[in-house]
Design a protein around this ligand. Structure first.
Ligand code: PAF
Length: 277
């Protein structure tokens, strides 16, 4: 496994990779969710590239950039075990030099939900993913369904900017008790960690209600709200039932719906989602 930090080294290493090249972009502090993306890439591609870059542009001024968990040594040893070919972990100045001024901003799909709660977040995500696509030029790129709106934003960007890249969205990796894996789970105190299962419990409950025949989005969202009301440590930011491609809110489910939630458990903001059916 080759580990590079500069653009020059990356370009040299990229040239020797065999197609198909699969890219797994990450912000490091890897967990099983990231590793499931790496394994999917390993299975589908001849060469696997992983990037590790905590992207300052996708954090708001009041968000957790400085305390975002980092452990490069541990990440590298995990990636080595997964037989990754190339890791690129550039310093911030390489991707955002002092005079940086070009951004990728999507007009519609990035605006509701996470986009409304975290203004500028998807402008940061789309810009860095475009830069990583330009630098690595993969044929396939792997992202997690955990960040469902991010997945929709990236799919739209790939279409709009004509990237010859297949975007592959892998299922959410969950802990044994249902909690969606996230680097931010390390912030949870023991009682909060237990309370955090309320997100997946609420989502599994609406899937059951859907299977039992409920199609009204309002009714389904109310089922989730009732479950959140029973958890004193949970503070709901939004509950949404939206079209999975456009992210526009639905009133009833005709084809497929994306249920997504953002909930504070103590001071930690968690998101989770489920596609129904
Ligand atoms: O999902 C993430 O970890 C990040 O948003 C990504 C795609 C690596 C861009 O910084």
């Amino acid at each position: 496994m080759k580990v590079t930090t500069s653009f020059l080294e990356l370009r040299e290493a990229r040239e020797s990779l065999k197609a198909t090249v699969g890219l797994v972009p990450t912000m490091g502090f890897l967990h099983e969710g990231h590793l499931s993306l790496v394994r999917a890439a390993r299975q589908e591609c001849s060469s696997v590239v992983v990037t590790i870059f905590v992207n300052p542009a996708q954090f708001g001024p009041a968000e957790d950039l400085s305390r975002y968990p980092r452990d490069l040594e541990r990440d590298l040893s995990l990636l080595k075990k997964e037989n990754v070919d190339l890791v690129w972990a550039p310093p911030t100045e390489t991707l955002y030099p002092a005079d940086f001024q070009t951004w990728v901003d999507l007009e519609k799909v990035s605006k509701p939900l996470e986009g409304a709660m975290r203004p500028g977040h998807f402008k940061g995500v789309a810009t860095i993913v475009a830069k990583l696509f330009n630098a690595i030029q993969p044929q396939k790129a792997f992202f997690g369904q955990k960040d469902a709106q991010q997945a929709a934003v990236i799919r739209q960007m790939v279409k709009d900017l004509n990237y010859p890249i297949e975007v592959i969205i892998c299922p959410i990796a969950r802990e044994g008790d249902g909690l969606a894996m996230s680097s931010r789970n390390v912030y949870l105190q023991p009682a909060e960690r237990q309370a955090a299962t309320v997100l997946s419990r609420a989502l599994f409950a609406i899937r059951q209600a859907f299977e039992d025949g409920e199609r009204d989005a309002g009714q389904l969202k109310q089922i989730m709200q009732t479950i959140f009301n029973q958890e004193p440590l949970a503070r709901v930011q939004y509950i949404s039932c939206a079209d999975p491609v456009t992210l526009q809110e639905l009133e009833s489910i005709e084809n497929q719906a994306l249920f997504s939630v953002a909930v504070f458990i103590g001071n930690t903001r968690l998101i989770d989602n489920m596609l129904v059916p």
